[in-house]
Design a protein around this ligand. Structure first.
Ligand code: NDP
Length: 472
């Protein structure tokens, strides 16, 4: 008898995904380039219906047709090499599924190349880390719809389940759509994380609260509008102590953030598409500036902080303002991220369903949050919504909270505490709601030095001012 699905790549993600699929009653062939790893996985999991294969030929031959093969290998070159090794053994109609964190343009390319050989290629985002892979990730599949339909029953069983019982997986769109949405998800994740970090910075450095007090505040915030996985783990993180020193673990962790590039890709795509994505982009830059630890330490010795009196106002009141500022800024970030999805969808012809995308983010993935239901509701009210800020709920709540952002940003700026994403959130809001912006000055400058021409508010047509003429 043949197995129903195969998984290639037995590092943590592939192993956990294979175990997840097996736990839903499917038989799974497993394969890894380095055979000893496959042996280990089998030895670690006695009694599971994971069938180890030690050559590409026998792995492919062990699968029911049309074959369903999930790749969970390193993104990039390793994925191309793995596909090349499988290809000679595949038949027309077989389905390769790439679950890695692949750059969407690679997926577009592979989908097209493989389609020429009659092989279906599903590029799928898988979010939720190792735990999610094992217990239920959020899954974002893109590729041939007919091929996805043959994989859907499995994905629907292994995905996370939302509160209303719906599976956190939906067909996203053709070719690279799934990996694009996964990339945008990761960009949004960068923004959410930076916003929480800035909130913490204001609470501790402006208000002078302790790590323990912040843990309690985040825990409280997690009960309401800000209810989310990242809020939950941050509040837990703040309760943990370093076994070496007994200090809060956050106080001994180096303040230099790493990254694997998916936030950068999101910003790069926004720049290419001409979509404003300032908040996520600031959060990418915030990681970069954090990584310049030595340079910052050196600079701190020669560039003094502003002199500020210890905060003497009502701390409770400011804590609530920070909460509102955080929610407001999160809305700005998602408004930008979903506006980017809309433009990308038009550019690549994906027909993305924004409400469905927000739905599958509700569980399993890192940005899972109650708040995502609000986004689904907004697109239910109006499927072609240009920007979330135009939706009645988001319009009302941001109007209500905007004063708090202004107060919190002013306070932080006065205290010399950097708030790149909070400041960017209120600037985006003010730019988006401004009928007039000072771009008239820019157009005049462009026309002045480069004769780039301008349009007028009161007349149709293209104009050039005679800046160097004798009469002007
Ligand atoms: P890694 O990204 O560390 O990749 C290791 C796997 O890739 C191993 O199975 C390895 O095989 C294989 N591999 C590497 N190079 C080659 C090659 N040239 N040819 C064939 N196989 C190769 O593993 P993870 O489990 O962390 O992630 C798997 C995928 O899932 C990645 O694309 C990752 O970006 C993505 N992902 C990871 C998440 C996470 O939280 N870790 C979350 C979501 C997605 P060998 O043992 O022989 O070296």
């Amino acid at each position: 008898t043949k197995q129903q699905i195969g998984v290639v790549g037995m590092a943590v993600m592939g192993k956990n995904l294979a175990l997840n699929i097996e736990s839903r009653g499917y038989t799974v062939s497993i394969f890894n380039r380095t055979a000893s790893r496959t042996e280990e996985v089998v030895a670690e999991n006695p009694g599971k219906k994971l069938v180890p294969m030690y050559s590409v030929e026998e792995f492919v031959a062990s699968l029911e047709k049309p074959r369903r093969i999930m790749l969970m290998v390193q993104a990039g070159d390793a994925t191309d090499k793995t596909i090349q090794s499988l290809l000679p053994h595949l038949d027309k109609g077989d389905i390769l599924i790439d679950g890695g964190n692949t750059f969407y343009k690679d997926t577009i390319r592979r989908n097209e190349e493989l389609a020429n050989s009659g092989i279906n290629f599903i590029g799928t985002g898988v979010s939720g880390g190792e735990e999610g892979a094992l217990k239920g990730p959020s899954i974002m599949p893109g590729g041939q719809k007919e091929a996805y339909d043959l994989v859907a029953p499995i994905f629907e069983k292994i995905a996370a389940v939302a509160e209303d019982g719906e599976s956190c997986v939906t067909y996203i769109g053709p070719n690279g759509a799934g990996h694009y949405v996964k990339m945008a998800h990761n960009g949004i994740e960068y923004g959410d994380m930076q916003l929480i970090a800035e909130s913490y910075d204001i609470l501790t450095r402006v208000l002078g609260l302790s790590v323990e007090e912040c843990a309690t505040i985040f825990n409280d915030w997690n009960e309401g509008e800000l209810d989310s996985y990242l809020m939950e783990i941050t509040s837990d993180i703040l309760t943990r102590k370093d076994p070496e020193t007994g200090q809060p673990i956050v106080d001994v962790i180096m303040d230099a953030a790493g990254n694997k590039g998916t936030g950068k890709w999101t910003s790069q795509s926004a720049l290419d598409l001409g979509v404003p994505l300032p908040l996520i982009t600031e959060s990418v830059f915030a990681r970069y500036i954090s990584a310049m630890k030595e340079e910052r330490v050196a600079a701190s010795k020669v560039i003094p902080a502003p002199t500020v009196a210890t905060f003497s106002g009502d701390k409770k009141e400011i804590v609530e303002k920070i909460r509102q500022a955080l929610y407001f800024s999160k809305i700005m970030s998602y408004a930008q991220g979903f506006a980017q999805l809309r433009i990308a969808s038009e550019e690549y012809g994906w027909d993305l369903q924004y409400g469905e995308i927000a739905k599958i983010f509700r569980e399993g993935c890192i940005i899972r949050a109650k708040f995502l239901q609000k986004i689904t509701d907004a697109y239910d009210r109006q499927a072609d919504l240009k920007n979330l800020l135009l939706d009645e709920y988001f319009n009302e709540i941001t109007q209500k909270y905007q004063q708090s952002v202004r107060d919190v940003v002013s306070l932080a700026v006065q205290a010399g505490v950097p708030v790149p994403t909070f400041a960017s959130a209120i600037s985006y809001y003010d730019s988006y709601r401004s009928a007039d912006l000072p771009a008239n000055i820019i157009q005049a400058q462009r026309d002045y030095f480069g004769a780039h021409t301008y349009k007028r508010k009161d007349m149709e047509g293209t104009f050039h001012f005679d800046w160097y003429g004798a009469n002007n």
